[in-house]
Design a protein around this ligand. Structure first.
Ligand code: 5AD
Ligand code: FES
Length: 359
């Protein structure tokens, strides 16, 4: 329990964060550690005001197409890691991906997020052809890639083919912690280099971390916040860590919805115009996680556009929601959920304000 003096102090920290977009490390830590529903309400109220200043009541939609679950990596936390022999692997053909986009377009999606494992089948040539074809058929749509670490030249080719945005979570901004979550074939240094390359090429970039991943403490999260301040991404994707039964972290606890939503509010106050999704992982640890995320300052949702048959094969973690529903059911459900929060889903590319086109 915290006493009333501490409550006043914490509220002053929230006020300071709103005014200056910053706090000291120990102040950030106090905010993250404060497990008090009244304080969370105060903090999220501020985050909502700030999001409304930039985005009004609009919630942007992104259609997620999980096009391959092959992966050459072995991230310790991830269900589709290469050495997991207990899953059935799949790849979607160009035709199948284009048909997801067509369906998505009819349903009001104007951003397609192509997400997959690091699958060598999708060479630059294959991706370039696919991106060009999507942009040709849907010139008013944005294409976002989320296909992991590649060479800078590769990122450049995909950008020139028409890709607008790239999501690559940094996962944790602490190199030691990064090593705990990844095998030695991967490095924090390379991850950050990739993000810098993507920015330099001109992508709208999304990074982000898992909340409550094994070995994470509050100071790790403060480091994540400092990293976000430095890199200034257009989007920050965060979601709770959720254990997957076929990984070494099977027995670990999931990250909490409360800490995730508190972080969403803190990030909204720190980077006022950033795009912030209320993620599927947040909806998976709490039946109303995505609604709580929106009420904490999130302004993006990313329903699944993947064909129904493959959804249950793209399980990065256990208890994932929406794996039995088709795209139309998901959008209907999502639209109802968003409306209940007092916000509204809109048909738009939903660019970051820095990238808004003037036409
Ligand atoms: N729990 C929560 N999120 C996960 N991701 C991967 N595995 C898990 C898990 N077990 C997230 C990572 C990755 C994104 C695509 O999914 O942050 O970047
Ligand atoms: Fe997919 Fe609710 S958003 S079923």
């Amino acid at each position: 329990m915290i006493n009333s003096g501490e409550k006043i102090e914490l509220r002053q920290l929230a006020d300071k964060l709103e005014e200056t977009n910053d706090l000291s490390d120990s102040e950030f830590a106090s905010v993250l550690l404060c497990d008090d529903p009244e304080f969370d309400e105060y903090l999220s109220g501020k985050a909502r005001n700030v999001r409304e200043k930039y985005y009004g009541k609009d919630v942007y939609l992104r259609g997620l197409i999980e096009f391959t679950n092959y992966c050459r990596n072995n991230c310790y936390y991830c269900g589709i890691r290469k050495s997991n022999k207990n899953i059935e692997r799949y790849r979607l053909s160009e035709e199948e991906i284009l048909s997801c986009c067509r369906r998505g377009y009819e349903l009001g999606f104007r951003t397609f997020v192509l997400q997959g494992g690091e699958d060598p089948y999708y060479t630059d040539a294959v991706m370039v052809q696919l991106i060009r074809e999507i942009k040709k058929r849907h010139p008013d749509c944005a294409v976002t890639l989320s296909i992991g670490e590649r060479e800078k030249e590769s990122y450049r080719k995909l950008f020139e083919a028409g890709a607008d945005r790239y999501l690559l979570r940094h996962e944790t901004a602490d190199a030691k912690h990064y090593e705990m979550l990844h095998p030695e074939t991967m490095s924090y240094k390379n991850r950050i280099q990739c993000l810098e390359d993507l920015k330099e090429i001109g992508y709208q970039v999304g990074c982000g971390m898992m909340v409550g991943s094994p070995g994470q403490d509050t100071m790790n999260l403060v480091k994540d916040l400092r990293f976000l301040q430095k890199i200034r991404p257009e989007m920050v994707g965060i979601g709770p860590f959720i254990p997957h039964h076929d990984t070494i972290f099977a027995g670990c606890r999931a990250g909490s919805a409360e800490l995730t939503t508190r972080l969403l509010s803190v990030i909204r106050l720190m980077l006022p115009d950033v795009l912030l999704p209320a993620t599927t992982a947040l909806g998976s640890v709490d039946a109303f996680g995505r609604e709580k995320g929106i009420l904490a300052g999130a302004n993006v949702v990313m329903p699944n556009l993947s064909p129904r048959e493959v959804r249950k094969k793209y399980l990065l973690y256990d208890n994932k929601i929406c794996i039995g529903d088709d795209a139309a059911a998901c959008i209907g459900c999502m639209s109802a959920r968003v409306s209940k929060t007092g916000y509204q889903l809109i048909v738009s590319r939903g660019d970051h304000v820095r990238f808004k086109r003037t036409e």
